[in-house]
Ligand binder design. Structure first.
Ligand code: TRP
Length: 329
């Protein structure tokens, strides 16, 4: 069975795009592979978050993933900082990571522009820590978005360099895990592009019914088609795409026919779309609230997760130390 590792940003607040693009696939994947999911709170420290906020963010992210269906009985779910073995592996790997390659990483160069007054060494070593997350479990597959592909490639380079330098075949070279067609792209409500957190065009899993209705009713439309079967402008096409994802098929076809007959009333369509979105989101939101307020449950989940993750991590670290020549007397 493949070992799959997913790193989750602790900057939280999942939207419908995350849900249909990744989360639903994670929920399925946990039954098909040996899965590790962890919240990358060490990585978050590179931007110097307020300590209280960091903790809340980790808690929110954890609650959201659990509410969406990650199952601690099936997968190993933990917090990165509860597995400090990762930090030691990162230190060991850093001896074979060159400052030249690290400083050329796209994400590092972006960060230099974003936070010129805080170009800390943690940012420079971000890809080494990420490699340690993956290699500590000797994972073979990692689901990553486009923006993380370079980091995964660097992980393969570090792994291969380690194997070569010490003449071992120890670390597997992790490949990306691609959901292909199953990764559904949800457009935003602003007329163009993908749903995103920073784009301000998203509907979040924690949004109340009222907020969802307001956001959908404000979505961009136009004055409607003037002749039958006219091609759709992007904003309208996006609304239909979202409807196809969240609504029953007959609802989608009902409004599509209306559009093609020039009888569409966008107000009616949006009202329906909002209710169908609520039908998806409200049960998840209620689970998020329940889980978030259950500190005892959260504590159990992360302690059990850290315990399971440590079994692997301790073995890897012991073997890596030995390979590098750190041996007990
Ligand atoms: N850098 C990833 C992100 O920003 C999060 C992450 C940290 C990660 N460590 C990882 C992802 C290991 C996959 C594997 O999304």
């Amino acid at each position: 069975m493949e070992t799959v590792l997913s790193g989750i940003r602790s900057t939280g607040q999942l939207h419908l795009g995350n849900y249909f693009g990744a989360l639903k696939n994670f929920v399925k994947m946990q039954h098909d592979a040996c899965c590790y999911f962890f919240i990358a709170d060490y990585h978050s420290l590179t931007t110097h978050p307020d300590p209280k906020l960091l903790h809340d963010n980790v808690k929110n992210a954890l609650s959201e993933y659990l509410a969406a269906g990650l199952d601690p009985e099936v997968a190993t779910i933990y917090i990165q900082s509860d597995l400090p073995q990762t930090a030691e592996l990162s230190l060991l790997l850093s001896m074979h990571a060159y400052v030249g390659e690290l400083s050329k990483t796209v994400s590092f160069k972006d960060k230099i522009r974003q936070q010129p007054n805080n170009i800390n060494a943690g940012l420079l070593c971000y890809p080494v820590l990420m490699a340690a997350d993956i290699l500590i479990h000797r994972a073979t597959r990692v689901p990553v978005g486009k923006d993380q592909e370079q980091h995964l490639e660097m992980t393969r380079n570090f792994a291969q360099r380690f194997n070569q330098f010490y003449g071992v075949d120890y670390f597997p070279l992790p490949q990306s895990y691609n959901f292909g067609e199953a990764s559904i792209k949800v457009p935003g409500l602003d007329g163009s592009g993908k749903m995103g957190k920073s784009e301000g065009n998203g509907v979040f899993l924690v949004d109340t019914d009222e907020v969802i209705r307001k956001k959908v009713m404000k979505a961009k439309t136009d004055s409607g088609p003037t002749e039958p079967n006219q091609p759709m402008p992007e904003a309208i096409e996006n609304l239909f795409t979202i409807m196809q994802i969240v609504s029953p098929a007959d609802t989608y076809h009902y409004f599509l026919d209306k559009y093609n007959n020039c009888e569409i009333r966008y107000g009616d369509m949006k009202k329906q779309l909002a209710e169908d979105m609520i039908a998806v989101i409200a049960p998840i939101r209620e689970r998020i609230d329940d889980i978030r307020s259950n500190d005892k449950y959260l504590h159990e989940v992360v302690s059990e997760g850290a315990r399971k993750a440590a079994e692997n991590a301790n073995r890897t670290l012991k073997e890596v130390r030995e390979i590098m020549g750190i041996k007990p007397f």
